[in-house]
Design a protein. Structure first.
Lengths: 448, 71
């Protein structure tokens, strides 16, 4: 591997370029018209323009990216997260062109990308799954029947849905009957597909995921968990490791289930197995992310290893350079995602950053993709930076995170920094007693 | 007459109504899209749509009027 094309943008492109550089591997960035001035484009050894701002014409344009790889003679492609990272057809085309795809096989991406196939494979492997229907329900009576067989409360879900749209919690038959028609109508209007599913709704759940890594010899290890329960609109805002909620027995069981999941599909590369965990600490498989995760730095800072370096090794066919018995939580790590959004309504706030000054503190890592003068456009994800603090104790990590957020200076756009500071001061967060309802249940303080 | 304004900057992702439609309170009229997020704009009260000022793909700024309703 001599030259890696990074098929992504922003902070993650920059992050991948950094490790490649450390390993003596040349890098190629790709960019749309909107991203020409971004730091990652400048920092790569080469940069290739791939199209206009909307993602279908640039970062999701498979042939444009392959053409860039050929023009620059890249011998490997790193897809980052989001965009084409979990696109089976893309992985296939990369391999067809004789280029190394840094990730699992297209087959595994396809299997895990299909919710029902993933559920079936995990069920067969003995990984617990959320009880629910594996077939869409066609009528309201079928939905009621299904709900009765798995027990209320249930979640009514649009098959084509995502980001929380088309999802509704129903506590009893009456609620389900009332919700069914409107949810179906919404699904039709939004996605042009009104197939609905009914599954068991886990009340007050935690969202906890396990990092895994597998090599081409069939070896799969886990790299412990990340607690990701602080979410707004089903998007993560704060993550930490180790989880303050898990006891040792549950942690071990969860990590073993993740290894089982990885082995069930012959996973190669780094990946994440997401679980929901209820208040009694029963856990269920949610999905598997067949790529590097946004919050991967939490694991890196906790354990002290470079997950991108691990990806590069695995992709080149080398056996895992780290053994399970050497994986321990050496530090407590917390990640805060800085979004270009209103800190109260959480609505996006695109614009030009007139001043950008990230904190420089010991044991605080900043993975960012912007600088003074960067235009934050409405075309892409609102996340502009990640702050990862760590300490020998959770308290130390929280205190460092507070200092970092107080020092962070971003003007010209609205950011969620005031909100992140409130989270860090929240009694329930400080006590480590929170679940996925944390943000909805908080009483918002006055912020502006 | 009631004017419905965009609550964020972004592009028009869906237009769910047209002039002449009767709408009920809470009904989604337009879906905006910005930074990968789809945000529906709903009617505050019932009324008849007199004008839809945007088309799918249009860029709007926060505060721009997108739909006009009459009581």
């Amino acid at each position: 591997m001599k030259k890696v094309l990074v098929a992504n943008r922003g902070e993650i492109a920059r992050r991948i370029i950094r490790t490649c550089r450390e390993k003596g591997i040349a890098t190629v960035a790709v960019y749309s018209d909107a991203d020409q001035e971004m730091p990652y484009v400048r920092e790569a050894d080469e940069a290739v323009h791939i199209g206009p701002p909307p993602v279908p014409h640039s970062y999701l344009n498979i042939e444009a990216i392959l053409a860039a790889a050929k023009a620059s003679q890249a011998d490997a492609i790193h897809p980052g997260y989001g965009l084409l990272s979990e696109n089976e057809a893309f992985a296939r085309r990369v391999i067809e062109e004789g280029i190394l795809f840094i990730g699992p096989t297209p087959e595994v991406i396809g299997q895990m990308g299909d919710k029902l196939t993933a559920r079936r494979i995990m069920q067969q492997a003995g990984v617990p799954i959320v009880p629910g229907g594996d077939q869409p329900v066609e009528t309201v009576d079928e939905a009621v029947q299904m709900a009765a067989s798995i027990g209320f409360p249930v979640m009514l879900k649009a098959s084509a849905g995502g980001g929380g749209i088309g999802m509704q919690i129903c506590h009893d038959e009456e609620e389900l009957r009332q919700a069914y028609q409107s949810a179906r109508g919404r699904a039709k209007a939004y996605f042009g597909n009104d197939a609905m599913y009914v599954e068991k709704y886990v009340e007050r759940p935690h969202h906890i995921e396990v990092q895994i890594a597998g090599d081409q010899t069939g070896q799969v290890i886990h790299l412990l968990e990340r607690e990701c329960s602080i979410q707004r609109r089903h998007q993560k805002v704060v993550e930490e490791s180790p989880s303050p909620f898990l006891d040792e027995a549950t942690r071990e069981a969860l990590c073993q289930a993740a290894v089982l999941a990885g082995k069930a599909v012959g996973y190669t590369g780094v990946g994440t197995v997401e679980f929901i965990v209820d208040e009694q600490k029963a856990f269920y498989f949610l999905e598997m992310n067949t790529r590097l995760q946004v919050e991967h730095p939490v694991t890196e800072e906790m354990i002290g290893l470079d997950l991108v370096a691990l990806q590069l090794e695995i992709a080149q066919g080398r056996p895992l350079s780290v053994a399970q018995e050497n994986i321990h939580a050496k530090r407590h790590a917390i990640e805060l995602r800085v979004y270009a959004e209103d800190p109260v309504s959480f609505l996006p706030s695109p614009g030009t950053i007139t001043l950008y000054q990230a904190p420089a503190l010991e044991h605080v890592r900043i993975d960012d993709g912007v600088e003074t003068g960067t235009k934050v456009t409405p075309f892409y994800d609102p996340m502009i930076a990640k702050v990862i603090s760590s300490g020998t104790t959770r308290e130390e990590a929280i205190q460092r995170a507070r200092e970092a957020m107080q020092q962070y200076l971003i003007t010209g756009i609205k950011t969620n920094i005031p909100f992140l500071l409130e989270v860090l001061e929240d009694e329930r967060f400080v006590a480590g007693e929170y679940n996925t309802w944390f943000i909805q249940e908080r009483k918002p303080k006055s912020t502006n | 007459m009631k004017q419905v304004a965009a609550n964020m900057a972004g592009t028009v992702f869906k237009v769910l109504v047209q002039a002449g439609n009767d709408v009920t309170a809470g009904q989604d009229l337009i879906v905006l899209e910005s930074m990968k997020m789809e945000v529906p704009l709903a009617a505050e009260g019932a009324g008849k749509v007199t004008e839809v000022k945007v088309q799918v793909g249009d860029f709007v700024n926060e505060g721009d009027i997108v739909v006009v309703l009459e009581d």
